[in-house]
Design a protein around this ligand. Sequence first.
Ligand SMILES: NC(=O)c1ccc[n+]([C@@H]2O[C@H](COP(=O)([O-])OP(=O)(O)OC[C@H]3O[C@@H](n4cnc5c(N)ncnc54)[C@H](O)[C@@H]3O)[C@@H](O)[C@H]2O)c1
Ligand SMILES: CC(C)[C@H](C(=O)O)[C@@H](O)C(=O)O
Ligand SMILES: [Mg+2]
Length: 357
Amino acid sequence: MASKQILVVPGDGIGQEVTAVGKKVLDKIAGKFGHTFTYDEALVGHAAIEATGNPLPDETLAKMKNSDAVLFGAVGHPKYDNDPSAKVRPEQGLLKMRKELGLYANLRPIKLFDELLGASSIKEDILRGADILFFRELTGDIYFGEKGRKNNGDTAYDLAEYSRFEVERIARKAFDSARTRRKKLCSVDKANVLETSRLWREVVQKIAPEYPDVEVEYQFVDATAMLLIKDPKRFDVVVTANLFGDILTDEASQIAGSMGMLASASIGDGTGVYEPIHGSAHDITGKGIANPLASVLSAALLLDISFGMKEESELVISAVDKLLKAGFRSSDIADAGTPAEKILGTEAMGEQVLNFI
Ligand SMILES: NC(=O)c1ccc[n+]([C@@H]2O[C@H](COP(=O)([O-])OP(=O)(O)OC[C@H]3O[C@@H](n4cnc5c(N)ncnc54)[C@H](O)[C@@H]3O)[C@@H](O)[C@H]2O)c1
Ligand SMILES: CC(C)[C@H](C(=O)O)[C@@H](O)C(=O)O
Ligand SMILES: [Mg+2]
């Protein structure tokens, strides 16, 4: 029996809706296993800008640093998406959090539940057995380099930078993980064009001999985008840079059936942050139909990685499996054969997870 302090940071849009479900799941687990989880909440993103003018208030950051783990929702608002000139933006809160907490490794498991084989537009025989773990570098690359305008604003630039140290630490995490899985690592870059990618490949090649039991392959990012759809089973662990990892994992969500199914863990030097890979989804915000399973599965990652609660984590994942086997679907993972009464909204999906726990 453990005592843990969890910070819940729902953020914006459907982040609010799905994180409420993730929190209920953590609470149910605490009750079932006799743990004491205490919760606090904090603002980020548009919600924080409205309240304080700052997308990541100092108070939020301090609470994050003082928590045992953070359950995060999403940030974003159409107001900023459609206004390229906005100087203060919700996404700055997310990026600053990642940098300030040293969250350099973003684990994005592409877990395909058998029951969802038919939910994807990819053919079943290509998908069956796919199981990929992405290690996306999260605190470097074009996201964090110098950016600006010149020539009276007519030219814009974003500098991509990586240091040997930054590449090595994420690569080691990926190698270590591959050792515990199917012992295959694919390092994805654009070394035929980018200097940062040539350093990336050089570093991975240099440390690879320390992991003789892991079979390493190198792929360019454009080819990887194609291979993920053509033959997802060829991948086990994938390690890649910040921007490539962002794009490839949204693509890979279609292997799992929906953006609403993909969880993530951001880890590094201090408190771990657990969040769906999806955003605030303005198009469905407030409709009560968002799939909460990415948040539920993020809670499962939190239990496993930050708290070392393997059994608790597996119980959450098996509850998701059981609710899918019982035929329940949110609308994003329903198909033509799903009876109307089995298509549930966000809260009702959450109730089923609790029920199966
Ligand atoms: N980590 C984050 O906080 C994060 C991630 C991505 C995008 N964003 C922000 O979110 C906003 C919207 O961006 P976007 O539309 O490109 O990406 P998005 O991930 O919010 O949505 C993409 C599509 O997937 C659907 N979708 C996403 N999550 C779903 C869920 N749980 N259930 C059902 N359907 C789901 C949406 O309805 C939408 O059609 C932007 O402001 C963007 O900056 C934030
Ligand atoms: C909102 C945005 C800054 C963020 C990213 O690009 O990292 C998002 O797309 C994600 O995947 O978490
Ligand atoms: Mg993204």
